[in-house]
Design a protein around this ligand. Structure first.
Ligand SMILES: [Fe+2]
Length: 182
């Protein structure tokens, strides 16, 4: 069955008033990426890094995240629930915990096309595309991703720094500049 971007967005928006919107939207996302080739056909083979925004609103943000070959995003939080559904490539996650000694790695998951990850509000994760080609996933957040202050930890020192949607966008843009220099 073809993937209909507008229909998918409408289904997710309609689930916002359910008792557990994250679980309801996870069902839509799992159904969509179970036919990941159809999602890729509709959203397009990724050719640059970036966030292709489907919805940006106070209660819901949805975008296709396109990861450059071998791109890494250092540990960060969201301050809202999140869902990731992969439709091309591979996305590796390391999960981190705050401890008295600072941030410590505590778990991992490798997402392949068709896989969905459900992340709680307080998650801290870092993301890596281990492939020498683009990875793409549908990312859904239970809030305004682009207008929420959060944290990003330095990859080397694990020092906590302020972050927001614009800083994340700039990180993806910097990957494109790197690609052009290759
Ligand atoms: Fe994230």
């Amino acid at each position: 069955m073809p993937f209909d971007r507008d229909r998918f967005v409408a289904d997710c928006v309609a689930s916002l008033d359910e008792d557990d919107p994250q679980a309801a939207i996870q069902d839509h996302l799992a159904r969509a990426v179970s036919e990941h080739a159809a999602v890729l056909a509709e959203l397009g083979e990724p050719a640059s890094a970036g966030l292709d925004v489907l919805v940006a609103s106070p209660r819901l943000t949805m975008f296709a995240a396109k990861w450059a070959p071998n791109m890494t995003l250092s540990p960060h939080n969201h301050e809202m629930w999140a869902l990731i559904g992969l439709y091309s490539g591979r996305e590796d996650n390391i999960f981190w915990k705050r401890t008295a000694q600072g941030l410590r790695a505590g778990g991992a998951s490798a997402l392949f096309p068709g896989d969905v990850a459900s992340l709680p509000r307080d998650v801290i994760h870092s993301v890596n595309n281990p492939l020498p080609r683009f990875t793409a996933g549908l990312h859904i957040y239970g809030g305004d991703f682009f207008d929420t202050q959060r944290s990003l930890w330095d990859a080397e020192t694990l020092t906590e720094q302020p972050s927001n949607g614009e800083i994340v966008r700039a990180i993806f843009e910097a990957e494109n500049a790197k690609l052009q220099r290759r």
